[in-house]
Design a protein around this ligand. Structure first.
Ligand code: ADP
Length: 352
């Protein structure tokens, strides 16, 4: 279950972890709709609880009673410094997820609303959480810390990194193609959100996202790397709310192209600004790759995943071309498997 601000996306897996069905509730709080498989219908989804009730009703409509579910496994964006592996959601874990709301104000409140709604509807159903930050718990302090003083009022201001579920799934899936797992692996998750991860011996040692999913690469609508001094000026000039909207929603590929956040649309456009946005995306992916490569002391292979990474040979080849100074390296494309990874982690937690 992936609960966001206006949608709840679910994938149902059987005990063998084969995907059975997808149900998505979208437009929560506005003109809602429920999609069962590929068939969408309008639904009254006033809030998260109503959306969850509609999803459970849709399951029942498919002959799957809620009482036959073994667990609900949630994608949770932020686990902070304490939640560094997938966990059964006990009251303590629920509180720890709530403690991370300051760290992920746009995400964790929606995950919590879904967790609470499931508990209301099915109090005995076990719930688990997988954290986007967890895979990066192995990043060393020197890579993790900002150069800030060690003061209690600044606690938690550090790099966390995200897309961890995707990287964990990639580490698991890649040997099917590569044989053994490459020792120094540059993993590139390129979707609407985008990041790179330096994976040394299967563990994250550096990643381009930091305190929030805003930093690092140029993304669909997020700005990526920007000088904190520029952010200070924006806050003075535009105020906090407008700055937040600009950096999260109006920047990145959308801001540069003035056309679309969607790579497919940019690739088919002949506008010079769209081409510049693509160039910016590839240039910064390659430049930040240099930083990841330095963190691993070299490079043995590159793997791409995510909507852009999996589907755009042009973007992959442009980035690889910019890294050709590293020599001729094996590169792989891996299907993003976040849902099954979350189901797998829950299944491990629930196996006695
Ligand atoms: P999210 O991060 O929201 O999960 P995805 O991983 O689905 O997003 O990635 C969405 C991005 O992938 C969009 O920019 C989309 O244009 C791009 N994409 C999907 N298919 C293609 C394709 N065939 N060619 C180029 N880009 C593609």
């Amino acid at each position: 279950m992936n609960a966001g601000s206006s949608s709840i996306k679910t994938a149902l897996f059987d005990a063998a972890l084969t995907e059975v069905l997808r149900i998505e509730a979208t437009g929560i709080g506005t003109a809602g709709s429920i999609k069962i498989g590929t068939i969408a219908q309008a639904a009254d989804l006033s809030d998260n609880a109503a959306a969850l009730a509609a999803i459970f009703a849709a399951l029942a409509g498919q002959g799957i009673a809620v009482s036959t579910l073994h667990a609900v496994a949630h994608r949770v964006v932020h686990g902070g410094t304490k939640l560094t592996q997938a966990s059964l959601i006990t009251p303590q874990v629920r509180d720890a997820i709530a403690d991370c709301i300051t760290l992920a104000p746009l995400h964790n409140p929606h995950h919590l609303a879904a967790i609470d709604a499931v508990r209301q509807l099915a109090p005995d159903l076990p719930q688990c959480a997988s954290f986007d930050t967890a895979f990066h718990a192995t990043i060393p302090d020197v890579a993790r810390r900002y150069a800030l003083p060690d003061r209690t009022d600044l606690a938690g201001l550090q790099r966390y990194g995200f897309h961890g579920t995707s990287y964990a799934a990639l580490v698991r899936a890649l040997p099917e193609q590569s044989g053994t797992l490459p020792r120094r692996l540059l993993a590139c998750h390129l979707g609407n959100g985008a990041s790179l991860c330096a994976i040394l011996d299967g563990r994250s040692v550096a990643t381009t996202m930091g305190y929030s999913p805003l930093s690092g690469l140029t993304m669909g609508t997020r700005v990526g790397e920007i000088d904190a001094g520029a952010v200070l000026r924006l806050v003075r000039q535009l105020g906090l709310d407008e700055t937040e909207t600009l950096l999260h929603h109006d920047a990145g590929l959308l801001g540069l192209s003035n056309l679309s956040p969607d790579m497919r649309s940019l690739e088919t456009s002949d506008s010079p600004a769209a081409q510049f946005a693509i160039d910016h995306f590839c240039y910064w992916a390659a430049r930040q790759a240099g930083s990841m490569i330095a963190a691993m002391g070299g490079l043995d292979a590159i793997a791409f995943t995510g909507g852009i990474g999996e589907n755009s040979a042009t973007i992959r080849n442009t980035i690889l071309d910019k890294l050709s100074w590293m020599g001729n390296l094996p590169s792989y494309t891996v299907e993003a498997q976040e849902e099954i990874q979350i189901a797998r982690e829950a299944s491990v937690l629930l196996t006695p």
